[in-house]
Design a protein around this ligand. Structure first.
Ligand SMILES: [Zn+2]
Length: 210
C-alpha cells in the first residue's frame, strides 16, 4: 500500500528523498481509459461524489483539518484508477489519433534509431520524416520515426531507399491507451496492467518498461 501525505506539498520516500506523486488514471463509467489527472483533481472528483468506482492500489492519502466537534482529523484517499460518473466516451475514442510530439515519438520507438539501432537519450534523437516534408511528406505518426542525428543528416531530404538506408522497424499510430502509457513516466504497476489490456497487438508499449 502506498500512502503519501500532502501536508507540505512534498512527498518523502525512503531515506527522505522527495518523489513525485503519481498521476491518477481516470476512466469513463464503462471503464474506457480517458486521461491522467493530478492528485488535486482526483480529490475534487471524490469530494464532489463524481467517482463511480475505483480500482488499483491506494495512490495517496491526504489529511485535512481537525474537526472541532469530534476531534478527528479528516482524510481523503484515492485509488490509482477512478471511473468518473457522467457521459460515457464513445468506443471510437480509443482509436482517436493522439497528438504527435517528440517525447512520445521517442518513447514509441523505445529511444532507438530506426536506421542504425543506436539507443540514445532524448536530447540526441531527432524526428525523421520517412517521406521528407520537402517532398510532400506529412508530419504524422505514420510518416515519422526516431533517428539519431548522424543518420538523420546522412538520409538528408531523401526517402530511405533513395539514401540506401533500411528502416529497422515500422511506424504506427499509438491508440489512446498507448498514448497514456507513453505520456507518463511515473505509471504505477496496476495502472500499467490496466492500460496494457487496451493495447493493440502491434504496440511496442507491450514491452515498454513502466
Ligand atoms: Zn542512427
Amino acid at each position: 500500500m502506498r500512502i503519501m501525505e500532502a501536508l507540505d506539498g512534498l512527498d518523502h520516500g525512503p531515506g527522505g528523498v522527495p518523489h513525485r506523486r503519481p498521476w491518477i488514471l481516470t476512466l469513463d463509467v464503462n471503464g474506457r481509459p480517458h486521461r491522467w489527472v493530478s492528485w488535486q483533481a482526483a480529490c475534487t472528483y471524490h469530494a464532489r461524489d463524481m467517482v463511480a468506482w475505483s480500482v488499483g492500489e491506494q495512490a495517496f492519502m491526504i489529511f485535512g483539518g481537525t474537526s472541532r466537534l469530534t476531534g478527528e482529523r479528516s482524510q481523503l484517499s484515492s485509488q490509482s484508477i477512478i471511473a468518473i460518473k457522467g457521459r460515457a466516451l464513445r468506443p471510437a475514442s480509443l482509436r482517436q489519433i493522439p497528438p504527435l510530439s517528440n517525447r512520445e515519438l521517442f518513447r514509441r520507438d523505445r529511444h532507438t534509431c530506426a536506421y542504425c539501432s543506436a539507443t540514445l537519450a532524448g536530447g540526441q534523437l531527432t524526428r525523421d520524416h520517412i517521406q521528407p516534408v520537402s517532398r510532400g511528406g506529412r508530419d504524422v505518426w505514420m510518416n515519422v520515426v526516431t533517428a539519431c542525428r548522424a543518420c538523420n543528416q546522412r538520409k538528408d531530404n531523401r526517402r530511405p531507399e533513395q539514401a540506401g538506408m533500411a528502416l529497422l522497424y515500422a511506424p504506427y499510430v499509438p491508440n489512446k491507451a498507448e498514448y497514456l502509457i507513453l505520456s507518463n513516466r511515473n505509471i504505477l504497476a496496476d495502472q500499467m496492467d490496466f492500460l496494457v489490456q487496451h493495447l493493440p497487438q502491434q504496440s511496442r508499449a507491450r514491452v515498454l518498461d513502466a
